[in-house]
Design a protein. Structure first.
Length: 284
């Protein structure tokens, strides 16, 4: 059976690598992005303009954006926590940016040293500026099921933060199961609440695979109309500020799974496997 299109938003060069201990040379990061550019993605997150004191691995993001061979039709994305990050991303030539909020106060403090409200105060001028140059802004919500510091997170709280990001102009809201604690039931419950405020067509699932349930959670999200999923080649990654949050769900596995179900992803499995091998070899 052939179903409609499904998109994988590749986060390997950012979420996949940001937590690696080895000081990965810029040239290796560029080579990985160049390989991914051949696979058929529309969007690849490959940079993060955060404090190098907080996330040393993402220092040199400007050099990555400057060094990659840009493929036609691919948007190269970067994380930006504040105006400084936004300005740096714009100067470095990011095609789109992402702001990142948390559904829980504990993770917000540990990740960006700000409360949820303070984070939104930082985001507002970014959206204001981005609008004038037609820069697409994606919005992340972390800890959509569980926070490593505060425990379980209520679906209504996730919906509230997703609604704020969407209302301020984010074109898509990526829902992060940061610790991989989600189950098909808890993901569905959360999505039902979020769908009341953001249409399913503007949502993405960002499911870490720590609990080994990311694929089952993708299925639960598919059943509720989500058609965009974040994944990292080689299943690398995690957030340095979320203890126990190991790998992202692996792009090559998600692509296989979606194709088996009958969705069209437009991705070349062979190139994904090559990129996955490259990503794994980059680990410390
Ligand atoms: P702060 O210490 O509160 O900020 O950090 P500050 O304004 O006091 O600045 C401190 C220093 O950082 C200063 O430098 C600033 O210039 C510098 P100093 O005077 O000490 O030399 N600084 C910057 N440098 C470069 N780029 C910037 C920038 N801003 C300030 N943009 C801050 C606040 C937000 C900067 C910090 O907490 C930070 O960088 N956090 C980033 C955390 C992060 O990247 N986490 C991982 C990504 S989120 C994630 O992985 C989850 C996700 O995948 C979804 C999911 O799975 O849930 C998206
Ligand atoms: Mg993540």
């Amino acid at each position: 059976m052939t179903l409609g299109p499904c998109e994988i938003f590749e986060v390997g060069p950012r979420d996949g690598l940001q937590n690696e201990k080895r000081d990965i040379p810029v040239a290796e990061k560029i080579a990985l992005v160049n390989k991914l550019s051949e696979a058929g993605f529309s969007r690849i997150e490959c940079a993060s303009f955060v404090s190098p004191k907080w996330v040393p691995q993402m220092a040199g993001s400007d050099q990555v954006l400057a060094g990659i061979k840009r493929a036609e039709g691919v948007r190269y994305a970067a994380l930006t926590p504040n105006m400084r990050g936004y300005e740096d991303a714009r100067k470095a030539g990011a095609d789109e940016i992402a702001i990142f909020a948390s559904a829980s106060e504990g993770f917000s403090q540990k990740n960006i040293n700000a409360s949820i409200d303070e984070a939104f105060e930082r985001f507002a001028p970014i959206l204001e500026e981005a609008r004038h140059i037609d820069m697409p802004v994606r919005g992340y919500v972390s800890c959509v099921v569980e926070c490593p510091y505060d425990g379980p997170v209520a679906p209504e709280q996730v919906a509230k933060v997703a609604d704020r990001l969407f209302s301020m102009g984010c074109y898509e809201i990526s829902l992060g199961d940061t610790t991989g604690a989600g189950t098909p039931a808890s993901i569905a419950k959360m999505l039902l609440a979020v769908r009341n405020v953001v249409p399913a067509g503007r949502l993405a699932g960002h499911f870490h695979d720590t609990g080994g349930r990311a694929m089952a959670n993708i299925d639960a999200a598919l059943a509720l109309g989500v058609r965009v999923f974040d994944a990292a080649v080689g299943g690398l990654g995690g957030c340095p500020f979320a203890p126990g949050a190991e790998g992202n769900v692996a792009t090559e596995a998600v692509n296989k799974h979606l194709k088996t179900l009958g969705y069209k992803t437009g991705l070349n499995q062979e190139i994904l496997e090559e990129a996955a091998a490259m990503a794994r070899a980059m680990r410390g």
